[in-house]
Design a protein around this ligand. Structure first.
Ligand SMILES: *Cc1c(COP(=O)(O)O)cnc(C)c1O
Length: 362
């Protein structure tokens, strides 16, 4: 990668030149045939990446947070109740979205750096009437990967919809829409897809879509699935101008995911995480996240005693490597490094090299 600034945060992640070239193509009409074809291709590639035969793809302007909001308002009516399994900052965000729409919610929270067990989830489901359960696959604040396959097996055959926030996981960690019986899988373009930010990406099960169809209205206008459905079926139609260049870029990034192969890509992320963690151990740095639930897409790293977080990250930036601050209860005591998307071993090595220097200097 020729860019001298290496952005090793948990999103946006570095964007490959092929994707940048797609982004830089002339901006055309959203009804220009070649664009319509690329949009159609992007939607069908997304369904393959989510490993679904029949789910409805949505690719629209927006952030990961917009995709979360879109999922919740279409699926859970005001006054109904959602169960949120939270492993940190992004899990907790569901509560704020629910509150904004008068959706009732209960939170199952794990201690930061750990995950809620399947048994706890089972106990919570007993005797409650939830419309949906929302889970963050990888909580980017705590570095945890939720045991989604276990949660999904618990919900199998039950009525609750399963909403999965894959923003820091999708296209980097195994996800199986059909096998897990997901109702919504959502992500943004700027994390493990390695595309520029600005696109909200969702897969929606047919039963979830049916639920929306059966509601007279939802408290949303441009986040209403039904307004977008005709465009997702035929992208030459118009509802609201799609982000033409960003969709061209995302389509290219998705093409690269499928060229690499999903399984190979997941294995690459596992290897990048292992390489990063060997290097961190050699520097005497410890991970914050419990060993039982560490995500492969990022590392949340405890600062060594006496290290000032802001000066450390400034010393990293001085060498052209950008890492992220920690959030919530570990702010100032840890930092975060993303290792997902289009990066390879060279980027991990460069980051570790910069850390070595920054630790010596700060
Ligand atoms: C980044 C992230 C989000 C929010 O995405 P935005 O595009 O910043 O709105 C939501 N959930 C998770 C798990 C994330 O990592």
């Amino acid at each position: 990668m020729s860019n001298p600034i290496l952005t090793m945060i948990p999103g946006p992640t570095p964007v490959h030149e092929r994707v940048l070239e797609a982004l830089a193509r002339p901006t055309v009409s959203h009804q220009y045939p070649a664009f319509v074809e690329a949009y159609r291709e992007c939607l069908s590639r997304w369904r393959r990446i989510g490993r679904s035969e029949s789910a409805q793809p949505f690719v629209v302007s927006g952030s990961g947070t917009f995709a979360m909001e879109m999922a919740l308002v279409n699926l859970v009516a005001p006054g109904e109740r959602v169960l949120i399994v939270s492993h940190g900052f992004f899990g907790d965000r569901w509560e704020q979205i629910a509150a904004s729409f008068g959706i009732e919610c209960d939170l199952l929270r794990a201690e930061w750096g750990q995950v809620v067990s399947k048994e706890r989830l089972a106990a919570q489901l007993e005797g409650h009437d939830y419309t949906a359960v929302a889970v963050t696959h990888v909580d980017t604040s705590s570095g945890t990967e939720a045991p989604v396959a276990e949660y999904a097996s618990l919900l199998d055959g039950r009525n609750e919809y399963l909403i999965l926030d894959g923003v820091c996981a999708t296209a980097g960690i195994d996800e199986r829409f059909d096998d897990w019986g997901l109702d919504v899988l959502l992500t943004g373009a700027q994390k493990a897809f390695g595309a520029p930010p600005g696109v909200a990406i969702l897969l929606v099960s047919q039963r979830a879509l049916e639920t929306r169809r059966n509601r007279a209205s939802v408290p949303a206008y441009s986040a209403d699935w039904l307004r977008w459905l005709p465009i997702m079926d035929d992208p030459s139609k118009y509802f609201s101008t799609p982000p033409v260049n960003q969709i061209l870029a995302l389509d290219e990034a998705m093409g690269m995911v499928l060229e690499e192969g999903l399984d190979a890509r997941i294995a690459r992320h596992r290897e990048l995480a292992a390489l990063m963690r060997e290097g961190l151990a050699a520097l005497g740095l410890e991970l914050f996240t419990d060993a039982s639930c560490r995500a492969d897409t990022l590392s949340v790293i405890r600062h060594r005693e006496g290290i000032d977080d802001a000066s450390f990250r400034a010393a990293m930036a001085g060498q052209g490597v950008i890492v992220a601050a920690a959030l919530g209860p570990i702010a100032g005591r840890a930092f975060r490094v993303g290792h997902m998307g289009s990066i390879g071993n060279a980027e991990v090595e460069r980051t570790l090299g910069a850390m070595r220097v920054a630790l010596g200097n700060s």
